[in-house]
Every structure is written in structure tokens, then in C-alpha cells.
Design a protein around this ligand. Structure first.
Ligand SMILES: NC(=O)c1ccc[n+]([C@@H]2O[C@H](COP(=O)([O-])OP(=O)(O)OC[C@H]3O[C@@H](n4cnc5c(N)ncnc54)[C@H](OP(=O)(O)O)[C@@H]3O)[C@@H](O)[C@H]2O)c1
Length: 293
């Protein structure tokens, strides 16, 4: 079985390519340019160069595949990119398309990215391609981009308030997608909402990560505006930064992503990773200095 994975160098796509390849599937790992193939390491040979903004390149990559996993970055071109893949999948008679979407995708969602996912979902529905939608919760690996924000005294300022999140490890999302790909597609339209096994606020999360990183880390509630300025200074586009600020400062803060959703465990045949598991595996990324073991 040949599977095209877009976003193959990303947080979910990376572990997914690895998993599918070790399961013996013929993987086409779509990377935006030739130089990005190196990110795949020993799997670089499975890379196909596809700028998702180039519909002809998308068409070539999709042709001859049995299944497609559609993962794209949030941007003002996301809907256009996703539609190009969906249209190509329909043209080439792909038997199943798995799209990574978000919870709360709706035409009137407060986040532009959730409105964009909704539009792409509509395109997918009307394409007639058998589809599975994956709606992961907040991915633990998102926290890695804020590891460098931890101050010398351990202060970690983020605008989550006391809002809890049922964070899920990207590697488990990848394993769940792999399971969805290898089993029979249950229906023409399937939806999966996946979280991790615990609901934790950032204060509890900081303590767990600090224990693994062998340094005290204290979460401090910060303002949305302060976060926005810092995030833009880190190189993120203002529109995306505004969305992420709203996500943290309003949606997470209000407790709207706190619920644990079961379901992933059945697909994985084991419980999903805890935040302590994640923190142990990524401890060096959060450490102030090299860890002593
Ligand atoms: N992270 C979460 O918590 C979460 C939760 C639920 C849903 N999601 C959804 O999951 C999706 C992925 O999000 P993420 O933040 O995890 O993404 P990510 O790790 O940044 O991955 C995005 C991928 O898209 C690739 N890409 C970007 N522009 C491209 C282009 N023009 N042509 C080809 N490839 C391109 C990137 O390649 P490069 O490596 O070259 O940049 C990367 O491989 C998003 O749609 C998001 O809404 C994320």
C-alpha cells in the first residue's frame, strides 16, 4: 500500500512517516523542497518534493497512491493547499484520505485556523473521497517552542491562566493515524477526537517538566499581549500569532480544552503517553544545562 504523507517534516508527520515505514508500507514523504528531505534522516529516500502551493506538483505526488494523510501548516494559504490535495485525491481515485483537523472547526469559530479547517473539511466532504478526520487536542510538543522562554530563575510566563489541557503526545497521534490507515475504513466519513490521558494546568505541567529537566520551573500567568509580542518576535506571522494568542488566552484559559477524550487507547492497544513520559523523553530540551544521569 502506498501512502502519501504531507507535512512529513512536521510534529505529527515526522513520527508518522517513521512508523509507516517500519510497518512496511510504501511511504511518500512530501517535503516542501529538496533540502528539507535531510530532516527525515535515514528515511530521506522516501521524500518527494512537493510545494503544496504548486497544484501540478501536488497532483504528481498524489497520483498512484492508495491513501493520503493531509497535514498542512496553519497559514493564509492553508485552505488553498488542502483543496489542491483533496482535488487531486478525488481525480486519482484515492481510496482514503486522513485529514488532520482541529476540534471546534466551524464557520463561526473564534480562530481563523479553525474556520480554515472547516472550509477544507467541506471541500473534503463534497469530494466524495472516503475520509477520516483527526482532531487532536493540544499537542505536548507545542511546549518545546517555549522551552527557551523559561527564565534563569525558572519563571515560565505563558497566558494559559489556570486553564487545564488534556495534552496529547504527537507520537501517539502519529501512531493513531497509522492504526487508522491499516485497518478497514469504517465509513465514508469518520471522525476521531484524541487527547492524552490527563487534564493538567500549566502550573502542574511546569512542575512535571521541571522534575524531568532537573531544574525548578514555575509557571506564571502572563498577559495575551505580552505573549503575542514575544511570539511575533520569535518569527511567527502576525495573523497566526493572533490566533495562537486567542487560543491560549481565551479558549484554554476558559477551560474549553480540559476534557479528556478516550478513544486513542483502543487504537493504540496501550494508554497514550502521559506528560511525565513526554517530559522524560524531551528533558534535555527543557534543561538549563546538560543533564546529569
Ligand atoms: N500542534 C497542535 O497542537 C495541533 C493540534 C490539533 C491540530 N493541529 C493541526 O495539525 C496541523 C499541523 O500543525 P503543526 O503545528 O503540528 O505543524 P508543523 O509541525 O509546523 O508541520 C507543518 C508541516 O507543513 C509543511 N509545510 C509548510 N508549508 C509547506 C509548503 N508550502 N509545502 C509543503 N509543505 C509545507 C512543513 O514543512 P517545513 O518543515 O519545511 O516547514 C511541516 O512539515 C495544522 O493544520 C494544525 O491546525 C495541530
Amino acid at each position: 500500500m502506498t501512502v502519501l504523507v504531507t507535512g512529513a517534516t512536521g510534529t505529527i508527520g515526522g513520527p508518522l512517516v517513521r512508523e509507516l515505514s517500519s510497518a512496511g508500507l510504501d511511504v511518500r514523504a512530501a517535503v516542501r523542497s529538496g533540502d528539507r528531505a535531510a530532516v527525515l534522516g535515514d528515511l530521506a529516500a522516501s521524500a518527494v518534493e512537493v510545494d503544496l502551493n504548486d497544484p501540478a506538483a501536488v497532483d504528481r505526488a498524489v497520483e498512484g497512491t492508495d491513501q493520503v494523510v493531509l497535514i498542512t501548516a496553519n497559514s493564509e494559504r492553508q485552505v488553498q493547499q488542502e483543496n489542491a490535495v483533496i482535488d487531486a485525491a478525488a481525480r486519482h481515485g484515492v481510496s482514503h484520505l486522513v485529514k488532520v483537523s482541529v476540534g471546534g472547526a466551524a464557520p463561526d469559530a473564534p480562530l481563523a485556523l479553525a474556520r480554515d479547517h472547516y472550509l477544507a473539511e467541506q471541500q473534503l466532504r463534497s469530494s466524495g473521497v472516503p475520509a477520516s478526520l483527526i482532531r487532536p487536542g493540544f499537542v505536548m510538543q507545542n511546549l518545546l517552542q517555549y522551552a527557551g522562554w523559561i527564565e534563569k530563575d525558572g519563571t515560565w510566563r505563558l497566558p494559559f491562566g489556570a486553564g487545564a489541557m488534556a495534552m496529547v503526545d504527537a507520537r501517539d497521534v502519529a501512531s493513531g493515524i497509522a492504526a487508522v490507515l491499516v485497518r478497514a475504513v469504517p465509513a465514508a466519513w469518520n471522525e476521531y477526537g484524541w487527547t492524552g490521558p490527563q487534564s493538567l494546568d500549566l502550573s502542574a505541567a511546569a512542575t512535571i517538566i521541571g522534575a524531568a529537566a532537573q531544574r525548578p520551573i514555575h509557571y506564571v500567568d502572563g498577559s495575551g499581549e505580552e505573549f503575542y509580542e514575544h511570539y511575533v518576535a520569535d518569527g511567527h506571522a502576525p495573523g497566526y500569532a493572533r490566533d495562537i494568542t486567542t487560543l491560549y488566552d481565551q479558549i484554554v484559559r476558559a477551560g474549553w480544552v480540559a476534557a479528556v477524550v478516550p478513544g486513542l487507547e483502543d487504537l493504540l492497544g496501550r494508554p497514550p503517553r502521559t506528560l511525565a513520559d513526554f517530559a522524560g523523553d524531551y528533558a534535555t530540551s527543557f534543561a538549563a544545562e546538560p543533564l546529569s544521569h
